[in-house]
Design a protein around this ligand. Structure first.
Ligand code: ADP
Length: 225
């Protein structure tokens, strides 16, 4: 069963004076284990598509299924649960909570899902070690480097074993060496854990590391290689 199936997705933002069509009929499918780069110029709809695939928003038109569930059939609570339990997010600016240690940041998704604290801590520790920041567990986000912070964010995104990892410009705030390390880590985790990854990026090397590149232009798919 595909992880994501989008059929003629449209998203129009209607809050402002004039409606903004951000997606104009996007169809795609992500299989389990896929590693897909989403590229295209600024404003082409990448973040909008990530938000929809991440169950953070609903399409204006078209059909979207996540692990076979049509999101139109889910109420807001069910959509929130699907997002919390089945999807992990990585952002350009890490989005770690500054008042929590690296260990607690990583454990948070498990705690929110109701896992006992000790078990969540053990999972966080194992994954932190796996991504190479086992020696930073007691530090706070402002005490670690950008590369370490992004590795912590990747561990946090994967700690509850999601089906899909969504990353919005994950190397965009890193220097090229740290960006390359984070990219290699994502590729390794994709391969070893079988977690499907959808990455929006401007970086050519990210796109090159992916199995497949999807290009958006003006809210439409340009090509799927
Ligand atoms: P990208 O991530 O490729 O830069 P976005 O998905 O952020 O593109 O934006 C696509 C289009 O939708 C842009 O024209 C943008 O200005 C518009 N847009 C994005 N989010 C909103 C919003 N919440 N309200 C109104 N317009 C939006």
């Amino acid at each position: 069963m595909p992880i994501i199936v989008a059929d003629a997705l449209e998203k129009t933002y209607a809050e402002g004076a004039a409606p903004v069509p951000a997606l104009r009929g996007v169809s795609l499918s992500l299989e389990k284990g896929d590693f897909v780069a989403l590229t295209g110029p600024s404003g082409c709809g990448k973040s909008t598509l990530l938000h929809l695939c991440g169950a953070m928003d609903r399409p204006s038109k078209g059909r979207l299924t996540i692990e076979g569930q049509d999101i139109a059939a889910l109420d807001d609570d069910a959509l929130t649960r699907l997002r919390r339990d089945r999807i992990g997010f990585v952002f350009q600016f890490f989005n770690l909570l500054p008042t929590l240690t690296i260990a607690d940041n990583i454990a948070l998704p498990c705690l929110l899902a109701g896992m006992p604290a000790r078990q969540a801590e053990a999972k966080a520790q194992a994954l932190a070690t796996r991504v190479g920041i086992g020696h930073r567990l007691g530090h706070y986000p402002q005490q670690v480097s950008g590369g370490e912070a992004q590795r912590a964010a990747i561990a946090r995104a994967l700690v509850h074993s999601p089906a899909l990892l969504i990353a919005d410009e994950p190397t965009g705030n890193l220097d090229s060496a740290n960006g390359a390390t984070v990219l290699a880590l994502l590729a390794e985790l994709n391969r070893d854990l079988g977690v499907t990854m959808l990455l929006a990026t401007h970086a050519v090397d990210v796109a090159a590391a992916a199995h497949r590149t999807i290009r958006l232009r003006d809210g439409r798919l340009e090509e799927a290689a």
